[in-house]
Design a protein around this ligand. Structure first.
Ligand code: PXL
Length: 273
């Protein structure tokens, strides 16, 4: 039977990130996805100025309570960008009420990149992310988010030993599976490294590095990895699928000079058929 999840993140109306990436990608991978939107913004906050933000915290408990009354349950809760700290308690409650017996809390602590916190966020969000990371089954931070979560200095290109240490610190916070993205030991390769405590296994996957940064690539990577994980694929398969899908999207965007705000994933989805 196909899996059903709920994703908790913002709706950035324009800009190809968060929910507007998660929904099409998860659907393409066969996962039914409900949304619990955390905020609605005119665009994402990376590279745009003057964006509008409407927080949806007040709306969220009513949505969850209706689902409880309807007896709706999910195989996973997948969280991303959170703009208000009160939402961490809502997620924590939803974890108890909305998940199936073996349901997973999967946290992409989407709050920072390239050494910096996203412009609309502050330390209170970092503290809240630390709290949900402790109760999560799977987390998918990039190197910057890992630095904020662990209190370690941000290193753009950590070596193998440093990557193992970062992952060990994240694992010690509580999650069973840590997937660290943006790992690169060679100039022309980039990928992800992961540790799963319950199986005591370490995993890595690398693909070609395209020398250009785009917003929204973390959301693409996480959405593919979440789909694979809930579909019961192994960590190795999940890393491979997520890395390969993401690099294809990046390559597909390279030719368009007016598309730095996100990656063009549509034709990559279409190719999957
Ligand atoms: O892609 C992560 C993300 C999600 N949501 C909002 C963002 C960003 C990154 O900048 O600004 C609102």
């Amino acid at each position: 039977m196909s899996k059903k999840i709920v994703t908790v993140q913002d709706i950035s109306c324009y800009g190809q990130c968060s929910i507007t990436v998660a929904l099409p990608v998860l659907s393409a991978f066969g996962v039914e996805t409900a949304i619990l939107p955390s905020a609605i913004l005119s665009t994402h906050t990376g590279g745009f100025t003057g964006f509008t933000v409407h927080d949806l915290t007040e709306e969220m408990p009513g949505i969850v309570n209706h689902w409880i009354r309807e007896g709706i349950k999910f195989d996973a809760i997948y969280t991303g960008y959170i703009g208000d700290t009160r939402q961490f308690d809502i997620i924590n409650d939803a974890r108890k009420t909305l998940l199936n017996d073996r349901g997973l809390l999967i946290v992409d602590p989407a709050m920072a990149d390239w050494g910096k916190l996203y412009s609309a966020l502050d330390e209170t969000i970092v503290e809240g992310m630390k709290k949900i990371v402790r109760t999560a089954d799977v987390i998918l931070p990039n190197l910057t988010e890992a630095a904020f979560l662990t209190g370690r200095d941000y290193i753009e290109r950590p070596n193998k030993e440093q990557v193992r240490e970062i992952i060990a610190d994240l694992s010690a916070m509580g999650p069973d599976t840590v997937i660290l993205t943006g790992v690169s030991y060679e100039e022309n390769k980039i990928g992800a490294a992961a540790y799963c405590r319950s199986t005591d296994t370490y995993h890595e996957y690398f693909t070609e590095r395209v020398p250009k940064n785009y917003h929204g690539t973390g959301d693409v990577f996480s959405s593919v990895a979440v789909a694979d994980i809930v579909n019961g694929k192994s960590i190795d398969e999940s890393l491979k699928d997520a890395c390969e899908f993401t690099v294809k999207c990046i390559k597909n965007t390279l030719g368009d000079p007016n598309h730095d705000y996100g990656v063009k994933f549509e034709s990559v989805i279409a190719e999957k058929k």
